[in-house]
Design a protein around this ligand. Structure first.
Ligand SMILES: NC(=O)c1ccc[n+]([C@@H]2O[C@H](COP(=O)([O-])OP(=O)(O)OC[C@H]3O[C@@H](n4cnc5c(N)ncnc54)[C@H](OP(=O)(O)O)[C@@H]3O)[C@@H](O)[C@H]2O)c1
Length: 432
């Protein structure tokens, strides 16, 4: 074993970074044996230097992250600050000064992954980011390496623990969205500002990263269709139950049409209770990968948290250090297929639509005609009079597979009917 240590600069020492530092210390001997050289924490960049950081030598702590990555003797920079800047500049500066980079930064990778990969390649360095998608769950490496000989057709998963916790609570207790969010906040599963999670931004960033790797194409955050889950109601869950389904916030990346393009989307969807994703409870994540030769694979585990995320970071650190010692680099960006990203209109799926309609004869036929005119075939219809006898009824229509464009046209036309008082909810039905 080489005795000269590989030097690691840790940028950020918060939820994830503090666990990375802890594991680097407590597992130092095992890491050295696995890598073939010891790894040494050479510096820790933070924003608030006076904060007590257990297990961290205070002399290593600095607020000057730029000086740390420019030192010239750093082998690997671990970026766990988050956000776009200064993380992006620090990562490119690290490459320029000879370091490889491990990052957990989904927002940055989804926005600027191509440029960062190009910078890594230009300087002959590694860029690894297993922790950026679904915490501890190995996904990037299986897609980049284990499935490199297969053809992935679809990636479908729950990649945000906060929203899964909220939806699971709503499902199991009948709670409304706000009540379930309050509980998630009280238990530390949701941040004080939960926007990134509940509006689907976090899941969309992960979908962009997964789609790019799975389909060997460039997919950016802006390419991902996104709907949050704040509008999901207890009554949507009741409808889902009637259909033998539950509701999950899903990230779905798939080949579109004849396979000449891809789509990436994040939205709440009904999935059958028999689907393995339906049984993913609490804050857990799970991702289904469908490919030509392997068939269906499912990856399951904790998608966030300091230690689970640090596990993925450490796995990358070991890989990058090994590459460093052998003078090689690992897989870089693979975007040779260059498939365009189609809009949501090209997505084909099933739909569950709840309408408030006039409770009088002929309405059902009128509604059915609108669906037929737009080429959307109806699977089932259920009409319920309301107990209060207000002259309205609820009509629940479940369609066969249709394009999102056809469904949008149908809904637009339905809204124009005098007998349709309102479109109470539209939800896609996936996983069948
Ligand atoms: N938390 C998770 O479960 C999880 C899961 C998967 C991926 N990630 C990703 O991991 C990254 C880190 O997340 P986190 O939860 O650990 O964040 P965090 O707890 O907020 O920690 C951020 C760290 O960065 C430091 N920092 C902020 N601005 C800085 C600057 N300008 N220069 C130097 N240091 C700076 C902070 O310093 P102070 O300590 O002085 O404030 C803090 O130590 C993010 O990209 C996140 O998306 C997190």
């Amino acid at each position: 074993m080489r005795t000269r240590p590989l030097k690691v600069a840790l940028l950020g020492c918060g939820v994830v970074g503090s666990e990375v530092a802890r594991i680097m210390t407590t597992h130092a001997d095992d890491l050295a044996a696995r890598i073939g050289a010891p790894v040494e924490l050479a510096g820790v960049a933070v924003r608030r230097p006076s904060r007590v950081r257990e297990g961290i030598d205070p002399s290593l702590v600095t607020t000057d992250a730029t000086a740390l990555v420019k030192r010239g003797d750093i082998d690997v920079v671990v970026e766990v600050i988050g956000g776009i800047e200064p993380a992006r500049t620090l990562i490119t500066t690290a490459f320029e000064h000879g370091a490889s980079v491990v990052s957990a930064n989904k927002a940055l990778l989804a926005q600027d992954g191509a440029a960062l990969h190009a910078a890594a390649e230009q300087h002959g360095r590694d860029l690894y980011y297993e922790a950026a998608v679904a915490g501890a769950i190995p996904l990037i490496r299986p897609l980049r390496e284990s499935l490199a000989g297969d053809k992935v057709n679809r990636v479908l998963g729950i990649v945000n623990g906060t929203t899964n916790f909220i939806l699971d609570k709503m499902d199991s207790t009948g709670a409304g969205y706000q009540e379930a969010l309050d509980e998630a906040t009280a238990l530390g599963y949701a941040e004080a500002d939960p926007t990134a999670d509940v509006e689907g931004f976090d899941a969309a960033a992960k979908a962009a990263i997964l789609a790019g790797i799975a389909f060997h194409s460039r997919v950016r955050l802006d390419d991902v269709y996104r709907e949050g889950m704040t509008e999901v109601t207890a009554s949507d869950f009741a409808s889902a139950k009637n259909m033998g389904c539950t509701i999950k916030l899903l990230a779905i990346c798939e080949r579109a049409g004849d396979g000449g393009s891809v789509t990436a989307r994040v939205h709440p969807a009904m999935i059958p209770l028999t689907h393995p994703l339906a049984s993913v409870r609490g804050a857990y994540n799970a991702v289904f990968v469908e490919s030509d030769a392997s068939g269906q694979l499912m990856f399951y585990g904790p998608g966030a948290g300091g230690a689970p995320t640090a596990s993925a970071v450490l796995g990358d650190l070991v890989a990058v250090c090994r590459n460093r010692l052998s003078g090689a680099t690992g897989p870089g960006e693979s975007a040779y297929a260059a498939l365009p990203v189609s809009g949501m209109g090209d997505v084909v799926t099933r739909y569950h639509i709840s309408l408030d309609v006039a409770d009088k004869p002929g309405v059902l036929a009128q509604v059915a005609t609108v669906f037929a005119e737009h080429g959307v075939s109806i699977d089932t219809v259920r009409q319920q009079g309301r107990p209060e006898g207000d002259g309205e009824a609820s009509l629940v229509v479940v369609t066969h597979r249709a394009s999102d464009a056809s469904l949008s046209g149908t809904v637009e036309a339905l809204r124009k009917l005098d007998t349709v008082r309102g479109v109470a909810s539209i939800m896609r039905v996936e996983g069948e």
